[in-house]
Design a protein around this ligand. Structure first.
Ligand code: FAD
Length: 458
């Protein structure tokens, strides 16, 4: 098989047939690595470019967090088959990994197989992708040109690869939503950065000293906020003087704590039930619905100003944890032709299946290369990034996407279409999905009429 062509191979590029070029995978998270294994299964050469110095860099960042899906839902079948050929044993399928377990017990061994190790480039941050020699505007001959992938390595050196296709599996972990309710950073949010942590701080471990004995404002009401609130409740029991304010915008209290016992992932349901019990016991000072507008310094801490029921309210805190969701960083794709949903920033055909305004049950009609295709032939966005700004992404979805896209790139269109994933429901329903033929909310291949007539999870 051919090795990737680099900048000095410009002449070789001019003469190479596209099929001789590798496929670039952006990101060595669980889904990017699965895509590499699926491509190898078809005899296609992948090159995996990972910004971190280790695989699963994002997963390790939330390594302290217990996952809500068991091992059985957290590994890719084809990757598991490869690992088993090297003597690996699958962890107990019914057991629950943390993010760190997933990285150390699954991703590290996968990256160490000779098949994957030779295709990995760690410490390599992709900075932009284009059709080689063409800007975004030029149409003639576009699909015959390879992609040019630019990167910077961890010593600051710039480089490039020429590839036949690009699978962007770079996730959304490094682009958290800001605190500001408008979607822009709140006025003063950047200046207050030293007192704000985005995502899920390790409040019981590495970052304990930062939060023990402090007044902490947690903003948001999704899974990340839930995890942080539960950890902070434990911290407050152990560290005197710790107090927790919980502010969120959600006005639907019925869905605030998730599906509880109706959730088909019992761990996910249990988190919400525990949070509800703590909230009812008065563990948190709850300020809701609250829409953040501005953040200003107040003594050694912060004053967060926002709207509560039409009146301006200020919340004072020493520290703030912003858990308002994630969004994709589309800057590396700016020179390519994209067709994304205007609200969710995800591939357009996927939006009706995952739009949180209308659909929350967690099941997603099986989908693959057809739904993920972009106007730029050979470009696919998969994994967490494929969901854009929508929550409820599950690894099982990403692995199925990886399998289908690899099959498509190999020309195995029957296998690319054959998507058969059934996902566990959250037990929370918003009602009918968007009224399009693609918007079959629950289970495979439900007819459009039943999707529009039935509630979200039926
Ligand atoms: C706290 C938390 C808990 C979760 N729990 C579960 C669960 O229990 N079950 C479940 O199914 N799902 C869970 N998820 C959702 C999802 O499955 C994970 O986020 C998963 O890690 C997504 O995998 P991914 O490969 O798409 O992206 P990521 O794991 O985010 O990997 C993306 C990789 O791309 C790299 N990268 C980013 N930008 C670049 C660039 N420009 N160039 C090169 N590399 C780049 C990153 O460093 C990273 O290694 C959870 C998510 C979070 C945040």
């Amino acid at each position: 098989m051919n090795r990737p062509l680099v900048s000095s191979d410009r002449m070789a590029l001019e003469t190479a047939a596209p099929s001789e070029l590798p496929v670039a995978i952006i990101g060595a998270g669980p889904v990017g690595l699965a895509a590499a294994v699926h491509l190898l299964g078809y005899g296609i050469e992948p090159v995996v470019l990972e910004a971190g110095t280790v695989v699963g860099a994002a997963v390790r960042d939330w390594g302290h967090v217990p996952m809500f899906s068991p091992w059985g839902y957290s590994t890719d079948r084809t990757a598991v088959a490869l690992l088993r050929r090297h003597g690996w044993t699958h962890p107990d399928e019914a057991g629950y990994p943390t993010g760190r377990d997933l990285a150390e017990r699954y991703l590290d061994p996968l990256a160490a197989t000779p098949e994957v190790a030779g295709r990995l480039r760690l410490g390599t941050r992709v900075t932009g992708i284009a059709r080689a020699g063409l800007g975004k505007v030029r149409t003639a001959g576009r699909e015959d040109r390879p992609f040019e992938v630019r990167y910077v390595d961890d010593e600051g050196r710039e480089g490039r690869l020429f590839v036949r296709a690009v699978i962007d599996a770079s996730g959304t972990w490094s682009s958290p939503n800001p605190a500001g309710a408008s979607g822009l950073p709140a006025v003063g949010e950047r200046a207050a950065a030293s007192r704000i942590r985005y995502g899920m701080p390790d409040v019981l471990g590495r970052e304990r000293d930062r939060y023990a004995g402090r007044r902490i404002l947690v903003l948001g009401s999704g899974h990340s906020a839930t995890g942080t609130l539960l950890d902070l409740a434990d911290l407050a029991r152990e560290a005197p003087g710790t107090s927790i304010v919980w502010a969120f915008r959600n006005t639907d209290r019925a869905k605030l704590f998730g599906g509880g016992e109706a959730d088909q992932l019992p761990r996910r349901g249990a988190l919400g039930l525990r949070l509800r019990a703590l909230a009812e016991a008065g563990t948190y000072e709850i300020v809701a619905p609250f829409a953040v507008d501005a953040i200003e310094a107040a003594g050694n801490g912060l004053r967060v100003l926002g709207d509560q029921d039409g009146a301006v309210r200020g919340i004072e805190a020493d520290e703030m944890v912003v858990a308002t969701g994630l969004r994709p960083d589309l800057s590396i794709l700016a020179e390519l032709r994209l067709d994304l949903d205007p609200a969710l920033d995800c591939p357009r055909a996927l939006a009706p299946l995952i739009d949180p305004n209308e659909h929350s049950c967690g099941t997603v009609r099986p989908h693959g290369a057809a739904e993920l295709a972009q106007p730029e032939p050979g470009l696919f966005i998969i994994g967490m990034k494929a969901y854009g700004r929508a929550p409820t992404f599950l690894l099982a979805t990403g692995y199925e996407q990886a399998r289908s896209v690899a099959a498509h790139l190999a020309g195995d269109h029957e296998a690319a279409r054959r998507v058969e994933l059934v996902l566990p429901e959250t037990g929370v329903c918003n009602g009918p999905g968007r009224k399009t033929e693609a918007a079959t909310c629950c289970g495979p291949a439900a007819p459009a009429e039943s999707a529009t007539a039935s509630a979200c999870c039926g």
